[in-house]
Design a binder for this molecule. Structure first.
Ligand code: ZN
Length: 448
């Protein structure tokens, strides 16, 4: 199916869902004129199969359900943009509470809201400012037409990606397009950002392009320990090596990035270390930034990325314009640069391909090596994988980290070889991890 065909299909589906009762909401004359200009007359950028009509707007106003994941810097922008674009059935999820440091850019929150759940306050704000908008807190993923992510966590993104993949329906290996829920994903980091459109099962998913997300920057230990060049190296030295050795606040006191006394101690020690190597630039603020792994949030980057994401939601919901195909990068570190490319599906993607990936190991490899591969491979980047298999018709847990008693019981397996564990060539391993709601299947391929 071409993208155009897919969307025509989506539109047909959408039309079926439109119910006749359109005039029941609190609209005033000309309220949606700015939207109608895009949907009720033709223009040069219109989708070739689109016929202008009043139906698209009615669908957006009455039927289309959007789930916004994340009510932080991107989420606030997204909710505002979507609510003002004619979407009235917007649901929002966020696990965080409001912190005072959010208030400079997360503009749906005020000082009085500090400590309250972000999702509740954001929904209340939108409901009170955009009449007729409805933001309830209960939801099922299946009921949404489109999902938008404005998250700062790659793990949460991957989990959402996996959730939408798990909802896909295949008949005789053929994907049923009506089971696709488009995912619009926005991400920002300082002055850089990206927006992408994912049609799960059809276009590149989050895990297909995992290599694009660099692993968290950790300085090499040898640099930190013996040849620091940057102020950050000195702070990391104190954080990783000096703190556990000196335990300045008592034996069991872990370094707390929110405790000013702790930061002050690290700051002073980092200054001493920096002086030793004639390095300048260690400040209290930088110390706190390195200890808490703070990446400065830039409100204008969030605004640009959220605008791109909300526009994609509008284009897909109305099917009036061709959506982004499928990955836009945005960078205004030096000047302003954007670039769009088509990220490709990975044939053996562990999340969206229908075939179990192969794991190549020698029978004399230890289970620990398999575990290391699952966490360190750039295309998998799992966090705490639990490995199970089936032997003689029974489920057997080879290793599981998240439950202490099972971890203890299965830990000895890590030093055993695959042979000793009784695993055979071609054996299926089922791996569960926080990066996906589904179990990922792997096939063990013995190398000689
Ligand atoms: Zn994939």
């Amino acid at each position: 199916l071409t993208l155009g065909g897919r969307l025509t299909l989506a539109r047909r589906k959408a039309k079926m869902l439109v119910d006749g009762d359109a005039g029941s909401t609190s609209d005033w004359d000309d309220r949606w004129n700015h939207i109608k200009k895009f949907l009720e007359r033709s223009g040069p950028f219109m989708h070739p199969d689109f016929e202008p009509s009043t139906e698209s707007l009615q669908f957006m106003l009455e039927t289309c359900k959007i789930l916004v994941i994340g009510a932080g810097g991107l989420g606030c922008e997204l909710l505002k943009n979507l609510a003002l674009s004619g979407f009235r059935n917007i649901h929002v999820v966020d696990m965080d509470n409001i912190d005072v440091s959010n208030l400079n850019r997360q503009f749906l929150f005020r000082a009085k809201d500090v400590g309250r759940p972000k999702a509740d306050v954001a929904a209340d704000f939108i409901n009170s400012r955009v009449p007729g908008c409805f933001c309830p807190s209960f939801y099922l993923y299946l009921e949404f037409h489109i999902i938008v992510c404005g998250l700062d966590s790659i793990v949460a993104r991957r989990w959402m990606n996996g959730m939408l993949l798990s909802l896909l329906v295949y008949e005789d290996g053929v994907l049923d397009p009506s089971s696709i829920i488009p995912l619009i994903d926005g991400g920002t980091e300082g002055f850089k950002g990206n927006a992408r459109v994912i049609l799960p099962g059809m276009t590149a998913c989050i895990d297909c392009t995992l290599e694009l997300y660099p692993p968290q920057i950790n300085f090499p230990m040898c640099t930190i320990a013996s040849m620091p060049r940057l102020p950050e190296h000195c702070i990391e030295y104190v954080r990783i090596l000096q703190w556990p050795k000196e335990m300045p606040f008592g034996d069991d006191m872990a370094l707390d990035g929110d405790d000013p006394e702790h930061i002050q101690w690290v700051y002073q020690k980092s200054l001493e270390r920096a002086a030793e190597f004639s390095i300048t630039g260690v400040t209290y603020r930088l110390t706190q930034g390195v200890v808490k792994r703070i990446i400065p949030a830039v409100a204008s980057t969030n605004a640009a990325i959220a605008a791109a994401c909300a526009t994609e939601v509008f284009k897909i919901a109305s099917s009036a314009y061709l959506p982004l195909n499928n990955y836009m990068v945005f960078n205004d570190v030096d000047g302003l640069y954007t670039y769009t490319f088509e990220a490709e599906r990975k044939e053996n993607c562990s999340a969206c391909s229908q075939v179990p990936s192969d794991l190549h190991f020698s029978p004399s490899s230890k289970l620990q090596e398999v575990l290391d591969y699952l966490t360190e491979s750039t295309s998998l980047q799992m966090k705490s994988p639990a490995i199970t298999t089936t032997m003689d018709g029974k489920n057997k847990t080879l290793y599981l980290q998240s439950v202490a008693s099972i971890e203890q019981r299965t830990r000895p397996n890590l030093t055993k070889t695959l042979n000793e564990l009784g695993l055979a060539d071609g054996q299926e391993l089922a791996v569960a991890d926080v990066t996906t709601p589904q179990t990922v299947l792997f096939k063990l391929c013995f190398t000689s």
